[in-house]
Design a protein around this ligand. Structure first.
Ligand code: ADP
Ligand code: MG
Length: 584
């Protein structure tokens, strides 16, 4: 198939329901792939479209009852294009109307090549003022349809080398080797999601995107690394055992790892991880509310918690845990608490004592340290090690985020008042996994994550939610998710959720359901001008070289090798030893 020759022609369609294209007989239906990026050259405008469906059709009832026999390929060829033909369904997404100097009136509708030449000659394709508009109309009848060429991708998605933008290539189109970029400045200013069923490449995509954000300095990151796979080495599935580098290995001193399970972190040979300890007196009732389901707390228990907090102040949890039955009875007599619910609360909160990172009190405020790092532009990855059960993950994530968000609100308000550039908070991206647990409709109004997702860019904090069950996320939050990067999903409810708040997305459902099961994604939303299907950029040796050239030498010095085979990573200067001072 010659890429710059027309594939077919527009025969009917509408803006709301998409365009119907009849394929020319010389193009085989089997060359067309759902999700492909196609271009229609209209008389004045060029339309960028996504292929959402293919259909083979015929116009003769006789053919149905008497199809040509297998040996009669001649007959099949004769019928092809007239009696039997292929129909494409296209969703038009963007259009651009170049003001073509002079020769414009000579153009005929099927002359993409002439238009290209004029665009090239006048540097229109890379013209920053070139306005790509959402489609407001459709191309006229019999406009020609083409495969997208490299310059179409560049026109729409830009280039990584564009000095005016923080573009980052996240993959390539299905059948071409041109990078597809997302605009990281736009990406980080809203909350975003990476979705897909298990094993489709979410964690790899997350690592890739965060690498891009760090590399291009688009924001500072705080990652709640449930499975300890972002900070340091992570295992890659495959026939042979292999590992990939974590962010600390790629970016060295621009990333700090904190750990809630120092022993596990130490066993994995992670360099320079810092311990993170939280204490009972840092837990507020709001923090418990988020994990009430995991702890089995009823509303009555939370009411009792409020009574206890009023009485004992910050230390209420330690006080409660140390109470005997008699103490509880006495307390209830004096303060009108409910004995049963206080006893239940005590029993349930005792589970928190099993969490490795929780102490009765802690003289040091580790959350302040994290904030200082973030303020200095250092990215923080918090590893959970063995402490990754949902209760533990949600409690720590919520406690830390609530406090960090609180400070960001203050900083943002100061900036609003002074409007001085030096007071401007650094954009912060918080990555959470199993996001639907934090954002489901029943709790979303009470949790910090719902607040962050809804308040958008107001306080310079946004979320990157990683989830395999987007249908569990509250609709309102989902419609605020700016950019959605979605790998394969099978469940209809999950697929629907991806398109919450996206108008005219009907045709894209089929695209999503037909993705490959690994390393393919549909990217749509705020950071890309139009939806696009990509083969995700490989996170491998070549990527390390491309992204981390500037500190490759440092990595070799730190690790002794730059391989990915899992033997590296022992950092002699690791300060984990000092953890013993803290009782580990
Ligand atoms: N961008 C990528 N580069 C290299 N390998 C990838 C990429 N995406 C997915 N893979 C392969 O697919 C496997 C599953 O990806 P992973 O991100 O762990 O899935 P998920 O987090 O969705 O369960 C990985 O172990 C890796 O082998
Ligand atoms: Mg994963």
């Amino acid at each position: 198939m010659q890429k710059d020759k027309p594939l077919g022609t527009v025969i009917e369609g509408s803006l709301s329901e998409g365009l119907v294209i009849k394929l020319y007989p010389h193009v085989s239906v089997e060359e067309m792939r759902v999700g492909e990026f196609l271009v229609i050259q209209g008389v004045k405008s060029r339309f960028f479209c996504i292929l959402s469906d293919v259909k083979i059709d015929h116009n003769s009832p006789r053919l149905m009852s008497d199809p040509p026999r297998p040996e009669n390929s001649f007959m099949a060829e004769i019928l092809g294009g007239s009696s039997t033909f292929t129909i494409l369904q296209l969703e038009p997404m963007l259009m651009f109307t170049p003001t073509l100097p002079g020769k414009a009136e000579d153009l005929t509708v099927d002359d993409r090549r002439v238009v290209d030449a004029i665009i090239d000659e006048n540097n229109l394709a890379i013209n920053p003022d070139l306005k790509l508009m959402p489609v407001k109309t459709v191309p006229s009848h019999f406009s020609q349809v083409y495969s997208a060429l490299e310059n179409d991708f560049q026109t729409v998605f830009g280039s990584e080398n564009d000095p005016r933008k923080k573009n980052f290539s996240i993959g390539r189109p299905l059948d071409m080797e041109v990078p597809v970029c997302i605009d990281l400045d736009r990406f980080v200013e809203r909350s975003n999601g990476i979705f897909g069923k298990s094993g489709t490449g979410k964690s790899f995509l997350t690592r890739l995107l965060i690498s891009g954000i760090i590399h291009k300095d688009a924001a500072v990151n705080l990652m709640f690394d449930m499975h300890s796979e972002y900070g340091w080495e992570a295992v890659s599935e495959g026939k042979q055992f292999s590992t990939v580098k974590g962010l600390k290995q790629l970016f060295n001193d621009r990333v700090e790892i904190y750990t809630l399970d120092p022993e596990s972190t130490q066993r994995r040979g992670v360099g320079n991880a810092k311990p993170l300890i939280l204490s009972f007196d840092q837990i507020e009732i709001e923090d418990l509310r988020l994990v009430s389901r995991e702890l089995g707390l009823k509303d009555a228990s939370l009411d009792s918690a409020a009574v206890l907090e009023k009485e004992f102040g910050r230390h209420w949890i330690s006080q409660l845990i140390n109470m005997t039955n008699e103490d509880i009875t006495l307390f209830c007599e004096e303060k009108q608490g409910h004995k049963g619910s206080i006893a239940a609360l005590q029993r349930k909160l005792m589970r928190l004592e099993n969490l490795k990172y929780i102490r009765q009190t802690c003289p040091h405020n580790y959350i302040d340290n994290i904030l200082e790092s973030l303020d200095a532009g250092i990215n923080v990855v918090i590893e959970f090690g063995s402490q990754s059960n949902l209760l533990s993950y949600m409690l720590a994530t919520n406690m830390i985020t609530r406090r960090i968000h609180g400070r960001y609100v203050k900083k943002a308000e100061l900036f609003l008042q002074t409007q001085k550039e030096e007071d401007k908070p650094r954009q912060l991206v918080i990555t959470i996994e199993e996001a639907h647990r934090f954002l489901d409709s029943s709790i979303v109004n009470q949790t910090i994550f719902g607040t962050i997702a809804r308040e958008m860019r107001k306080y310079f904090v946004s979320l990157l939610v990683v989830d395999q069950r987007p249908s569990g996320i509250d609709n309102e939050v989902m419609s605020q998710v700016g950019t959605r990067i979605t790998c394969l999903l099978n469940d209809d409810k999950d697929i629907d959720a991806i398109f919450t708040g996206v108008s005219g997305s009907g045709g894209l459902r089929s695209v999503l359901a037909k993705l490959d099961s690994k390393q393919q994604a549909l990217v749509l939303g705020h950071a890309v001008p139009m939806p696009v299907v990509v083969r995700t950029r490989s996170y491998d040796q070549q990527f390390y070289r491309e992204i981390a050239q500037f500190n490759e030498r440092k990595i070799i010095e730190t690790n002794g090798t730059n391989g990915t085979n899992g033997t590296n990573g022992k950092n002699p200067s690791s300060n984990i030893e000092s953890l013993s001072d803290l009782g580990f």
